[in-house]
Design a protein. Sequence first.
Lengths: 78, 181
Amino acid sequence: MVKVYSMTSCPWCVKAKKYLESKGIEYQNLNIEEDEAARVACQQLSGDLMVPVITANDKDYVLGFDKAKIDTLLGIAG
Amino acid sequence: MSVYDFSAKNGKGEEISLADYKGKVLVIVNTASKCGFTPQYEELEELYKTYGERGFVILGFPCNQFAAQEPGTDEEVQTFCRLNYGVTFPVFAKGDVRGETAQPLFKYLTKEKGFKGFDESHPVAKPLMEALQKNFPEYLEGDSIKWNFTKFLIDREGNVVERFEPTTTPKAMAKAIEALL
């Protein structure tokens, strides 16, 4: 399952999630403001508390709303 | 008239008079709630930790008027937000800082200290200026707040001593703050 680490009022998180939806990709939304476990996991993964962070395997991730990198990460055909 | 004549709501919705901060050196700053110029949060926190014991307080006023309109820098357009975790200085309720809906405190501050231009040596000065000219040319008119992290330095008597634009980092204000302590 694809995970999206996000915050409530982060416009880039909203864009990233809408983009995944437009590609028919299901994801788990993890709010690092509200969910402490998600905050810890996000920091361990990326080394910082910046979002959106998208990962499919809890190892490789994309920080920020970067369509090209998201496509590569998730193997979406352009 | 001084900043002590104004009040603002804190995060819990309680009305706080700025007279509560009489005798302290203050920095009043409009902050981005989540995005953009966020490293300034960390530097502000450092200043607060460094000078807090000597009677220095930072008052943060989150404002969404500039949200999600990031100019980015030359190297990268920022497409992420950072969780501002661990800010210990007082942060007030979200409110407007420019235009007719601006909080009275910010109308007063911008009247006391007008806009004198950006520090062009800061890497974000050029893209910020271009973004403003393109998207919000009216923001550039007059003495209004131009962007997130405009900082006003207040002395122990409540006088507005200096205005620092978003292009001045908090660290660069240390000398001016020390001079008032």
